[in-house]
Design a protein around this ligand. Sequence first.
Ligand code: BG6
Length: 501
Amino acid sequence: MTTTLSRQATPFILTIFGATGDLTRRLILPAIYNLAVDGRLPEKFAIIGSALPEMTDEQFQAFLTEAIEKFCTVEFDRGFWTEKLAPSFHYSGGNFGDPELFKNLSERSEALEEKIGDSCLRLFYFAVAPNHFATLSDQIAAAGLHKSSSSDARVIIEKPFGYDLNSATELNRQLLKVWQENQLYRIDHYLGKETVQNLLVFRFANGIFEPIWNRNFIDHVQITVAETVGVEGREKYYDRSGAVRDMMQNHLLQLMAYVGMEVPNSFDADPVRDKKSELLEAIRDIPAARLGEFAVRGQYGEGYIGGQKVAGYRHEPDVNPDSSTETYVAIKLWVDNWRWSGVPFYLRTGKRLLKREAEIVIVFKHAPEVVFRTTPVDALSPNRLIFNIQPEQTIELDFLAKEPGPVMQIQKANMAFDYHNQFKASRGTGYERLLRDFMLGDLTLFSRSDLIEEAWRVVQPLLSGWESKAERIPIYEAGSSGPAEADELLSRDGREWFGIE
Ligand code: BG6
């Protein structure tokens, strides 16, 4: 039996700002294509691309054809694209500071709406650098492009949402001048990943796990997002950001919120977001004076990835040769609430590591060893529940079993569930679900302003502490498992990382 919610999107006009950028080409467009192929777009819609270059609709469609051929995650059907989908793409170029562009966009939207013949939702996608967010909002409002009532318009805002706590608060303030909170879809693509969404089903739809999901049974939690890629042409952005802003503040803390949140009353947007927010609020401040006990940073030096020699971060083009930007961060967090009191959460992420792997490991408390006291076994290893998010999409349970034979030999064994074998799910970009929820007006997987600000509050001591410190950043070898200091973060507590080693 399957339990599904069938939902129907209404006609829309989606304006994508940043339509010639990397994000549009690599992710947004392929996701729209996948939705179209799966018949998940409404019958009537139009998309207007907007960016600085001037182009005709036809030139824009040709530009997109090239992108989609390159980045499409399913087999490209040229006939379908050219005849069915491409004609829905339009283009209006110009400077985001120029009111004329927004007047043009307004006229084009009205003309398209007339052609569509139905009243259309006005959807906007800010696929641009964050310094444009406030300008775009103000210009849209001044041109009346967002119509008047909140049910008529929505906007997706890409990360990074702010640069630190103050700037995020200010950005929220600026956006909320124009939009209501329920029109703002702050996107985190990790929440589009099936295995992340499955965490909630795993926890709350299976009666056997929730009773043990707490301090009485869980020793600690590890969350790892390891990448083998470096900064890949995004050096200018990355050198100002670093791993805390680029990954920890958003993706990893979102994962932690899913692991740790209380049970919501329903899966509607606000009950879920309320519980996530409560979890983040309960994270204890990292004490600035004892930063080293709670956080480790690192930067990759040269090394080998997949047998290929790669340059150290400071030798990447456009990176300051003295840069102290972190490409790796590991932190230990305490959650001061009833469920998690005394259970540390260890989070780490880094670039140019040994493997690409994102996983959540729930490490359970040891079983009492008394019955094995006369048996020659090493210390019993704890049970672990492992959620592999990528590249594999599996859930595994590590347990101990007796090795066959006359003596009592204990071995680690494993039960595994593979998402793809089970469901034959297709590999999308992760943006499909989020875009469709956006079209349908479902905010559950998007961040609210309080969630964003809480996540900045959690990482702010790292940002402030490391900015003001003259001490050298630890360098780790590309292709390794990160700086040795990250291992010490756990070994001091008598624990060790599980996963990428
Ligand atoms: C992005 C970061 O948000 O996530 C990138 O800006 C990072 O630096 C990427 O590489 C990782 O996403 P994924 O889905 O490949 O794990």
